[in-house]
Design a binder for this molecule. Structure first.
Ligand SMILES: C[S@@+](CC[C@H](N)C(=O)[O-])C[C@H]1O[C@@H](n2cnc3c(N)ncnc32)[C@H](O)[C@@H]1O
Length: 286
């Protein structure tokens, strides 16, 4: 989908407001805690899948607190970590220092990357760029900043599983998005991803994978954890805070989902499989 808005138009204003809201949301809670507790393996996996090596120039889009970016820098790559929400860069810089690496942190919307055409050998985004609402624009940007023959690697939410169901609840209870905004969950649809990248890429490889989470004693612990830390869940409860019946509905729906996807035994600790889609492709050499 093409964005027809130009600065100064109503559509551009709408988009600016939406991005400001999304930035505010992603700064809530404690994203770095969620990333390191639950999703930190994604960074290692994406860097491995993209075969990142020393000396390459890497852009991590919607980098959060550096999950992928820090691992790429540890391999000796020159890394730029970009994100809509600079409020999280402090935690990222701290984490990078602890890993003994330095990155460049740049505030940027995935739909308008402030980089030159073909500037990067590898462009990554782990469950990040999927949250920008105009998917075609995002795919176009990822392809544009990647050099011909370079690699693009992404992690998306799989079309079934705990993560998918939790995000479905978040989307259903959040304020409605503008009509041209697409759900992040669509990036889990392989046909959609194929269409977005089209013939500008080759060997588009998509693999469904699972991350095992065993840190919660029971489903209620997962829900409490998400309510306290996950930016979008914190934002959702803030949004319905004045309406006790909506708070109760949310509590019930999240607990139902956490219970449904608990793969632990009746008496043992809860065990979750976070299902995701690993996407790796290469920009065609003209
Ligand atoms: C689930 S976090 C993933 C962060 C990181 N990639 C990781 O693996 O931990 C989603 C990130 O997407 C960012 N984000 C959301 N919309 C964005 C947009 N339009 N452009 C750039 N980043 C965006 C958020 O600020 C947040 O840091």
């Amino acid at each position: 989908m093409e964005i027809t808005a130009t600065p100064g138009t109503d559509a551009a204003d709408e988009d600016r407001k939406l991005k400001a809201r999304q930035r505010e949301l992603w700064a809530l809670g404690d994203y770095h805690r969620v990333a390191t507790d639950l999703l930190w393996e994604f960074g290692r996996e994406l860097v491995e899948a993209c075969g990142i090596y020393a000396g390459q120039r890497v852009l991590d889009v919607a980098a959060g607190t550096g999950n992928v970016a820090i691992r790429a820098a540890e391999r000796g790559a020159q890394v730029v970590a970009s994100d809509l929400t600079p409020e999280n860069f402090g935690a990222g810089r701290h984490e990078a220092r602890a890993h003994g690496v330095t990155l460049e942190w740049v505030e940027a919307d995935a739909e308008a990357l402030p980089f030159d055409e073909g500037e990067f050998d590898v462009v990554t985004s782990s469950s990040g760029a999927i949250f920008a609402p105009h998917h075609q624009t995002v795919a176009d940007q990822l392809v544009r900043v990647c050099r011909p023959g370079g690699t693009i690697g992404m992690i998306a939410i799989a079309p079934a599983g705990l993560m998918r169901d939790m995000f479905e609840i978040i989307e259903r209870h959040s304020p409605p998005l503008p009509p041209d905004a697409l759900s992040a969950l669509l990036w889990g649809d392989e046909g959609h991803v194929r269409e977005l990248f089209g013939d500008r890429v080759e060997s588009l490889d998509m693999t469904r994978k699972k991350l095992l989470i065993d840190r919660f004693a029971e489903p209620a612990d997962l829900c409490r954890y998400m309510k306290a830390n996950h930016p979008l869940v914190v934002g959702l409860y803030k949004h319905v805070a004045e309406e006790p019946s909506r708070v109760a509905t949310l509590d019930r729906e999240l607990t139902q989902v956490a219970t449904r996807w608990n793969r632990g035994g009746q008496d043992g600790p809860a065990l979750y499989e976070f299902e995701y889609l690993l996407i790796v492709t290469h920009k065609r050499d003209r």
